[in-house]
Design a protein around this ligand. Structure first.
Ligand code: FAD
Length: 317
């Protein structure tokens, strides 16, 4: 089922999880180990992230350095198929512009269509770690909006080869990303919203937000979207904090801030267990309020670990 149909067919708050493909070389059982404890909560969807290649430099003889391209977490499409098969749940693959020419994107969409996958989350992706800013592939999409257009074209039976006759139309539901605290590259919230609206006007069906820790930021974002004429469902994304390392990592990496009450509580933590306790309690409060306000779906970023999300769901579901 498509995400948008599931949302429109119920007044209840749905549930979705975001998982990461296992590191290259690890079996799929490690992934199942992270998903199994969450399945009793009957998620409507499981999102599977996409991880592009990165460049690393390997030392070779005589001091030479060799630039090598590696993908640490391959397998998004295969994992979606495996999850749908094992758990009978809809998988939502993340599809990114980075590293894909338009033709490669088209071929990936053909694979997804053959597998009966009806949903995609269309994203730009970040710059490679070795690069200052995002560089699209030659003949690739530069912004998520262009990727949305490509999927919409295929939904209308329009492939890259225009002379292709009677090409079969796909039927993907398209999600896109939104940023309650602004995407870090955007000049202003207003400019970012204009770009978000472009994705919706081009045919995206719903929005999933970047994680946030202050529900007011989400409510403000929704209200700004509505004022800007963005009327699709906006799914809040939550990620419980579970380690001392994440206290610095999350704000820096995802360009967001913690509310004072949360940062005060985190400041007193000495161990990962204490951080997890605070993170789970905060996640429970956030989830309760969002559900009371009738959000369409709760989206939890699991980062491949189910423990904290399970505790939140046990308290709220
Ligand atoms: P875009 O919508 O293209 O926006 C990128 C920036 O460009 C924004 O600042 C926007 O305001 C600006 N912009 C957009 N259009 C224009 C235009 N026409 N002219 C000028 N400026 C413009 N990354 C991954 O690599 N893999 C994943 O699986 C993944 N999953 C994610 C899931 C969610 C729910 C979220 C919120 C993010 C995810 N990301 C993932 C991260 C995402 O790829 C990055 O945040 C990326 O930097 C932006 O992606 P986007 O789709 O929002 O880009």
């Amino acid at each position: 089922m498509k995400v948008i149909d599931a949302i429109q067919n119920t007044t209840e708050t749905l549930l979705s999880f975001e998982i990461l493909p296992p590191l290259k070389g690890k079996g799929i059982d490690s992934l199942y180990g992270a998903i199994d404890p969450l399945m009793e909560f009957s998620p409507s969807f499981v999102n599977v992230t996409y991880h592009r290649e990165e460049y690393i430099y390997k030392k070779r003889e005589k001091g030479f350095l060799e630039k090598v391209s590696i993908r640490k977490r391959p397998g998004t499409v295969g994992i979606c198929a495996a999850i749908m098969n094992k758990y009978d749940v809809q998988a939502v693959p993340h599809l990114i512009c980075g590293g894909f020419s338009k033709e490669e994107t088209e071929n990936a969409l053909i694979d997804l269509n053959f597998l009966g996958i009806r949903n995609v989350l269309a994203l730009r992706g970040d710059a490679r770690k070795a690069e200052q800013s995002f560089v699209p592939e030659e003949n690739g999409n530069q912004y998520a909006s262009e990727l949305v257009s490509q999927v919409v074209d295929m939904n209308n039976g329009k492939y890259i080869e225009e002379e292709m006759k009677e090409a079969s139309a796909t039927d993907f539901c398209i999600g896109v990303a939104g940023y309650p605290e602004k995407h870090f590259e955007a000049m202003s919230l207003k400019a970012d919203l204009k770009n978000l609206k472009r994705k919706i006007d081009l045919g995206a069906d719903y929005i999933v937000t970047q994680m946030f820790y202050d529900n007011n930021k989400y409510f403000d974002f929704v209200s700004r979207c509505r004022d800007a004429g963005i009327n699709v469902p906006i799914i809040p994304g939550l990620k419980p904090i579970t380690s001392l390392k994440q206290i610095k990592f999350i704000p820096k990496t995802f360009h967001l801030s913690f509310p004072e009450a949360l940062s005060d509580a985190l400041e007193d933590c000495k161990t990962d267990a204490e951080v997890t306790q605070v993170g789970v309690e905060w996640g429970i409060e956030q989830s309760r309020e969002l559900m009371e306000k009738g959000v369409p779906c709760m989206h939890y970023y699991t980062m491949g670990k189910s423990g904290a999300v399970r505790k939140i769901l046990s308290a709220t579901h």
